[in-house]
Every structure is written in C-alpha cells, then in structure tokens.
Design a binder for this molecule. Structure first.
Ligand code: GTR
Length: 395
C-alpha cells in the first residue's frame, strides 16, 4: 500500500502534465495564434540586412547561435583523429547490382575514442564517382535482418538510378533513449557537453554522425561528395537539418515530415508542441529549449530561420496529409518564408508562390522544393520518387 502510494505520488505529476499537454493539442486552424515571427532580415541591433556580406558575416551567425544555444545545442567540431576501417562484403541482398562497404569510422579525442558503423552501397555496373545519398536511420532493422524496410531506404532503386547510398543507425552515435543516449559519443568523446545548458544532445549527435559520414565520402574515389544528399525522416529529419546548418558540404538536404523542432513553425502550436516534445523526448534538444515549454511566443527565433542557415544550398521538405501531428501547413510556411533568403540574398527563384491551401502537386525550383502526399506519417517510395526527380533536376 505504502509503495503504491509512493509510486503514485512520484508519477502522478508526470502523468498529469503529459495528459494535460496532450489534451491541449490543437488541430483547429482557427485556434492557431496570430503569427509574430522574428524577422530574418533585421539584426539583433536593428540593422536591415540586405547584402550577401551582411547576411554571411552578421545575420546568419546570429541566427545560427540562437539555434545552437536555444534549440539543438552544440555539435562539437573538434577531435584529434578520424580513420576508416573498410570491410567489403558480397553476402548481401543487393549483391547483383551493388558493392557493400561496411565502414567503421573511428574517432579519437584525447584519451577517448568512439567507433561508428556506416553502410555504403555503390553501383557495380557503372563507373563512378557517384553522387551520394545518406539516410540517417533511427528505425530498428527489419526482423529478417535486412538493412531497412522497403520504401524507407530503397537501396535497389537508388543504385539503379545511378546513386551511391549510405546509412548509419542513430544508435551507433547516441541511442534514442531518454537515459541511454549518453552511451555513445557523449560519454566516449564529449563528456563536458553534458554539463552545459547548450550542450550536445541526441539530435545533434545524429547530425555529428552524418558529418563524420561526409568525412568518409570526401576521401572516397568512387564518390562525388560535391553531389551529396542528406536525408532524414521525422526525428532524423530534424537532425539532418541541424547537421546541414553546421556542415556546408551537403549539396541537398531533405527533411521528410520532420514536424515540431524540425520543419514546422513552433509558434503555430499546431499538433506537437515544444512542451510535449521536450517532456517526452528529454534527450533530443538542448536543456535551454525547455524554457519555451508552453511559452512559444517568447522564442527569439522560429523554424522558418532554419533553412536560411543552409542557403544557398538546396533544401527540400515533404509532408503527409494525415500527419497533422507534424503540422504540414507549418512545415510549408516555414520553408516558404525562409526561402526569402534564397531569393533576396542569393538571387534564386522561390517556387513557393501559392498558399498551402492552394497547392495542387509538388512545387520546386533547382534549389527549393516541397510536396505533400496522401496518407500517414512515414517515408515511402512515393516520397522518394518525387524527391529524386528534384535531385536529378538539381544535379
Ligand atoms: C514522434 C515525435 C515526432 C517525430 C516522430 C518520429 O513521436 O513526436 O516529433 O519525430 O516521433 O520520429 O517518427
């Protein structure tokens, strides 16, 4: 009886807050607060930013610092040594069309070291160097041991279209778990980050993994790292965006249904909110992000500023109609508004002329694109096929 009482008093507040937060989830457009988005083009000192020089030297660093300190936390750049141990295998399901390289990327920093596994498939038929598509994968491997379910990572189709493609599992850098997430690069390489309110967390760690994969691609003769594509779905989409904001080597970044803390505008409070995501996934974002639980209006930034950190490199978003939790309209709006840096600063054409309500099919230019498809949350073959048309147009 006594233990039950203690357990109840311990867990009741958590149960109540998560229940309360969930019951407040808004899916009604008429209840979305009037948007007051911080301006992309006014610096913290109030200067109007209209040149490439002021954008790159002044405003972009300001926005980057805000995301780093208030949302995602740092992705540490320093280490002493990176090395690659490559094991070529021919006992895999795509052996007739692709070579598989199992790569152990070893990173050393001071006394610490960490190894992450990356799987790379290269077309057998043609001669490289091949453009490369990297997928950050947070999903468990399929039960039959195959590397990923069909559609989610369509290795055969990618190879047949002339791409090399690679993937690593989130688990190999930071387990996707509220307590175990430290059992990866945090414990092994960057323990001091755990004490900082803007320290590295799991999303940043997965981004760091993508950056290390790029280190491998860059020195690989069979890979054309200048034609590189970083892809992430949902939580991995959030990580992909932050990775690309940190590492300018990615030519194209694709966030599929990345929702709250990814593509979607937080201040709309539609579907998943900052409070819900921070309470449920305490290991994803910097500690500082919690200041905005239930207080999105006080955020000094919003997600429309995230693609501006990637400009002028290409950015692509996709949503699914039934995935209201991820706020499809908020995902489109943020890229539409963020695209102003691509057009005003870099002179690129924005393809986002219509409102979200008026969209009737994928829209894209050479460097910006968006589609929304029927159906539920997921990375499907349909998503890939629309996206690949965009990639081929860009390359
Ligand atoms: C959900 C989470 C989302 C999204 C999704 C996913 O539970 O609330 O932010 O990231 O998981 O990764 O599939």
């Amino acid at each position: 009886m006594k233990t039950r009482f203690i357990i109840l008093t311990l867990f009741l507040p958590i149960l109540l807050t998560s229940k309360m937060a969930l019951s407040q989830v808004n899916y009604d457009e008429s209840k979305v607060p009037r948007l007051h988005l911080p301006s992309i083009f006014i610096s913290e000192k109030g200067e109007v930013i209209d040149s490439k020089k002021d954008w790159e030297n002044l405003r972009r660093p300001e926005i980057f610092n805000l995301f780093e300190s208030e949302v995602y936390g740092q992705i540490p750049k320093d280490f002493d040594k990176v090395s690659f141990e490559v094991n070529e295998r021919d006992d895999h399901e795509f052996n007739s069309i692709a070579k598989l390289e199992e790569v152990d990327i070893k990173i050393q920093r001071g006394e610490g070291s960490h190894v992450m596994r990356l799987n790379v498939f290269l077309p057998k038929e043609a001669k490289g160097p091949f453009p490369i598509i990297l997928l950050i994968n947070h999903r468990p491997a399929a039960e039959d041991g195959s590397l990923a379910e069909e559609g989610y990572w369509p290795v055969a189709e990618l190879i047949e279209r002339g791409f090399a493609t690679a993937s690593f599992h989130a688990e190999v850098v930071a387990p996707d778990d509220t307590t175990r997430y430290v059992n990866g690069i945090l414990n092994n390489l960057y323990p001091e980050q755990m004490e900082q309110s803007d320290g590295l967390k799991a999303l940043g760690a997965w981004g760091w993994g993508a950056i290390r994969a790029m280190d491998y691609f860059e020195q690989h003769e069979g890979i054309n790292a200048e034609k590189s594509v970083l892809v992430g779905h949902s939580r991995s989409g959030k990580a992909a965006l932050w990775a690309s904001a940190n590492d300018p080597r990615w030519a194209i970044t694709y966030a599929n249904e990345s929702g709250c803390g990814g593509a979607a505008l937080s201040k709309r409070k539609f579907g998943e909110t900052v409070e819900i995501i921070n309470n449920r996934f305490t290991h994803w974002f910097a500690e500082n992000f919690r200041k905005y639980n239930g207080a999105e209006e006080s955020l000094p930034l919003d997600q429309h500023m995230l693609p501006t950190l990637i400009a002028p490199r290409a950015v692509y978003y996709a949503s699914a109609k039934a995935d209201e939790w991820a706020d499809p309209k908020g995902e489109y709006l943020s890229l539409q508004i963020g695209s102003e840096v691509f057009s005003r600063i870099y002179g690129q054409k924005s393809p986002f002329k219509t409102t979200w309500e008026e969209l009737n099919g994928p829209v894209s230019s050479k460097t910006l694109g968006y589609h929304i498809r029927e159906g539920e949350h997921g990375l499907t073959w349909e998503d890939w096929s629309i996206f690949l048309d965009f990639v081929e147009k860009g390359f």
